[in-house]
Write a protein that binds this ligand. Sequence first.
Ligand code: GLA
Ligand code: ZN
Length: 703
Amino acid sequence: MRNWGPVSPKLPRLWHGGDYNPEQWLHDPAALEEDVRLMRLAGCNAMSVAIFAWSALEPEEERYEFGWLDGIVDRLHAAGVFTVLATPSGARPAWMAEKYPEVLRVGPEGRRNLFGGRHNHCFTSPVYRKKVREMNSRLADRFGRHPGVLAWHLSNEYGGECYCDLCQEAFRAWLQRRYRDDLDALNRAWWMSFWSHTLTAWSQVHTPALHGERYVHGQNLDWRRFITDQTVDFMRAEIAPLKAAAPELPVTTNLMGTYAGLDYWRLAPHLDVVSWDNYPCWHGTGSIPDARGAWDPEGKDWRLASDIGFVHDLNRSLKAGRPFLMMESTPSVTNWHSVARLKRPGMHLLSSMQAVAHGSDSVQYFQWRKGRGGSEKLHGAVVDNVGTEKTRVFADVAEVGRVLAKLDDVVGTSVDARVAVLYDWENAWAIADTQGPLNDGRKRYERTCKDHYRAFWTRGIAVDVIDEDQPLDGYRLVVAPMVYLVKPGLAERLERFVQDGGTLVCTYWSGIVDEHDLCFLGGFPGPLRKLLGIWSEEIDGLYPDQRNAIVLDRRNALGLSGSYEVRDLCDLVHLETAEQLAAYERDFYAGRPAVTANRFGKGRSFYLAARTEERFLDDLYGRLAVELGIPRAVDAALPEGVSACVRADGKNTFLFVMNFASEMRRVDLGAAGWTDAVTGEAAAGRMELAAYGVRVLRKAADG
Ligand code: GLA
Ligand code: ZN
C-alpha cells in the first residue's frame, strides 16, 4: 500500500465538480454570478471549463477572445473553485470547416462529413493540427501558470476514425514502419494469398472500407492499432504546447470505459492521470443494454454495480494503481439512455462513493448547469432550468460535497489487489472480427470477463483489470478468460507467473491466433498448451437455447461437487499433463474433460473448457480465494447486493461498504476499531445499511 499524493498539490482534496460551459451563458451574467454561489453551496471545488468553447475563444480566424474566460477562471478561483481547463479540439468552429474542409472527417464509405456534431475531426490533417497547436499554445501561455488552474482536460472523449486521403497515406506509412518496408511480410501477416489478395505495391494498400476490403482480419487489426496510434499522436501534439508552458500542470483526457475504438493502454502512458466518464443505467429492468450505459438484463442494480466496479478498476490499473478521476457522471438522469430513470434516494451518493472506493480521487458531473437547447437539454445537471438550489438533485449533489469534504485523507491512498482479470483491447477487436464460432452476438468477451470479475466483487476482493502486456508481479491469482489472441510475451509471462507459484484460470477459446490474427499451428491453445496441459481439438458452438452440463469428478482437487449448466461454447480437449476435475454430462462428448487443472512448477493452471453458469464461477473463485489466502475488505460473507472496498496508505485504512440492493442489508464488521469517517461515530459488529446506502469507515493503519 502507498499514498500516490494528490493529482495536483494545488488541491489536496477529493475533487467535486464537473463540466461547466459558461460560453453558453455569456448573455446572462446573472446566471454566471449565481453559478459561483451555487457551486459553493454544492461543495464544488473543481470545474471542467470551456470544453466546447472554440467558437467563443476564436470567433473568427486568428481573432482570439479570452477575456470572458479570464473572468470565469478568476471568479471561480476567488470563490475557492479551481478550473480544469479544456483544450477545445472536440468541436471546431464553423468558419474553420468552411475555409478548411480537410479538417472534416471522411467516413468509411469515402464521403466527407458536413460541418456538424462533434468529436469528428481528422486526426491527421496538418491544418487542424496547426489550428489546435495555435489555440493550445495561447491557452497555455495565458492560463498555464494561473493559480486557479488545476489541470488540463484534453479535448473530449477522443474517438472515431477518418478515411480521408491524408489518413490513407498515414496508414500506409504506419504499415511500412511496422513491417519495415517489407511488403512480403505484410502479405504474410495479412494472409493475402487468401482470395488472391497479394499486394505488389504499397500504393495498393487501402484502409478497410465499406465499398472495399472488410474481410482481411490482420488488416482490420492493424487499422484499429493505427487509429489508436494516430489518436495518441494527435493527443501528444495537443500536450506539447501545454507542457512547454507549464510542465507541472497535469494533463488528462476523459476516457469512455471499455470503448472499443481505442486501446486505452496506449493513451495512458502520455497522461498524468486517467479520467473516465461513467453513466450506468441504474434501476433498469430487463432492457437492452445501451451502447455505453451497460446494464444487467436481470435489472438488478448490484449486478450492474459489479460491472461498473470492473471499469473503475480498469481505469485505476491503466496507471498501475494510481488514483483516477471520475470526470463525468450524471447527478440525475442520462438523456441518451433508452429510458432516463431518476436515481432513487441514496443512489447518487452511493454511485459517487463507489468511484472513490475503487480509486477515484474525484466525483465530477456532466454537467453543472442544464442547457436550454441542443440534444442535451434534457440531460441531468446539478442546476436545472429552474436555476435554483431548491431541487432534489441539487440536494443530492450537496450531500456528496459534504461527504467528500470529510475524506481528505482518502486522497492518494491505494487499492491493493492480489487478483488480476485480463481484459485486452486487441483481443476484443480480434474476437469481434471473427466469423465463428458464434455469429449471433453471443461471443461476449467483455461480458465474460465481467462475469468472472463478479465473483470477487461480491466478496469485497480487490481486483486489477489489466491487458495482456502488463506485469503479473504481486498477484496470487490471474483470471484470463477467452484469450483468443495471444500477444507476444504473454505465454512466457503466464508460465513464469505459474512456475513461481501463481494460480491461473483460463477458459475455452484461448490460444487460437497470434498478434496478426493468424491461427497457431500444431494444436490449440498454441503457446499456452504446455502451461495448461491440454490440447483443444475442436470447439462446439451451441444455439441460444441449447445446454450441456459439467459434472464434478468425485474427490476433485477443488473440493467442489455436483453439476453446473454450460451454454454457448464447449471446447473438446484432450488431457496432456493436466488432470480432469469435471466432465461434460451430455452429447457425443459426454465424459470428456470440461474442467482441468495442471500443476506447473510451483503453481497451477485451470482450464474451463466451457462457458459455465455464473454459479460455478462463484463457487470456483470462492474456493480459490480461500485456498490462496486472498484478502477481503471485510472478513465476513457479504449479503447479496453489498460490496466492500479498502483504500489505504501507511497512515489510514478506509473501508467503503456499499449496498446496491433496494432493501436494507446487514454487514458484520467483526472486531471493533472502525470509526465512521463522515459522522465520527464508532462502528463495529453488525452494521445496518439502508437501501442504496454507503458507509465510509476508517481506522489508523496500525489500528
Ligand atoms: C459524454 C460527453 C459529454 C456529454 C455526456 C452526456 O460523456 O463527454 O460532453 O455529452 O456524454 O452524457
Ligand atoms: Zn483524415
